[in-house]
Design a protein around this ligand. Sequence first.
Ligand SMILES: Cc1ncc(COP(=O)(O)O)c(C=O)c1O
Length: 399
Amino acid sequence: MAVTPETQRWDRLFAVRTQGGADDGIAAILAFLGMPDLISFAGGFPDPLTFPRERASALLEEFAASGEASAFQYAPTRGLAGPLDALAARLAALQGRRPADDELLITSGAIEALELVGKSFLDRGDVVVVEGPTYLGAIMAFRSFEAEVVAVPLDEDGLEVDELERLLGAGLRPKLVYTIPDHQNPAGVSLSLERRARLVELAQRHGFLIVEDVAYRELGFDDAAVPSLWSLAPDAVVQAGTTSKTFFPGVRLGWAAGPGRIVSQLVSAKQNTDQCAGALGQRLFEEYVRRGWIDEQLAVSRALYRRKSERTLTALERSMPEDALWTYPRGGFFSWLTLPDGADADDVARRAVERAVAVVPGSLFFPDGRGGGDVRLSFSLVDEAAIDDGIERLAGLLT
Ligand SMILES: Cc1ncc(COP(=O)(O)O)c(C=O)c1O
């Protein structure tokens, strides 16, 4: 945002912790989406084709006709009993472990779960390890508590746990290690089973908490699921989940599952943020799960995103110069494109917009300015029929 006497007047009063600059990042991505005729590989948004319009509308009518009050009322901070039970049963079915009553909290989206973890654990200067690259919202959430965010690289098997171990050996003492083990945002890679076991072992040895973000876990393109970190080590992991990609983000609904002592601290932290996640969304989600509709929709959504991913990868193979590299996701919304040597991602992203294509430059996904030669491609929202054209226009800037 431009600095004017008017903005300066208020900037002087803003808290010191708001200075840092990354906060404009997500807003910049969202701003792209408004351009007409843009082929956007920018925002990691779900495809509106997956939104349960009729079913949501039928459920609303049912709630109104039945005279039920709970969907329209304030909810307990931890969540309504029915939605908590439906979610716990779902975690048991999908991850092989049912959280006990004190181990689960319904949040206003996964981002709030991260915010509550930050609020509960982080003092100024505390170290949080993230993957480099990682989800921009997480970097921003941890930074808002004045944490030092340190990025450990990842490769096609996810977080480089060897490198984390080396840093721990050299004296790094993180309170939290934040990871997105399944179909990662932004790199599209997944953490191997062997690395999951080693990461858990490191957490137990060094006493840090693993914050596992499972935003894309249910969106695998095939049925090969690796155990979640939380199911492997429920004593060392808080899992942050979201319904945004499997239901719809308009309800802002997610969860935190972890050790009872931690979850009760998160519940306290939530009491003075929004007090409770919206009851209406909780009830809609509960019914969507109980009637089996979520599984029906998931099968359709996974097939849709798989088609879009395949089309994107094929277009990349056809049109990118030989020295460009990209990841091959097995689920989720993203592929990470490493540009040919010397190409500057900010410059490419700027010139792409002039050709009505949007991508996000890689440096936004690092806390330390790396990523200058990479861009994130999100295929989730782009119209299937426009993918080939979009990738060709992008490749045209690189050859
Ligand atoms: C890794 C990751 N975590 C969390 C979120 C946000 O989830 P929610 O909409 O539940 O806040 C996103 C959304 O883009 C994401 O990519």
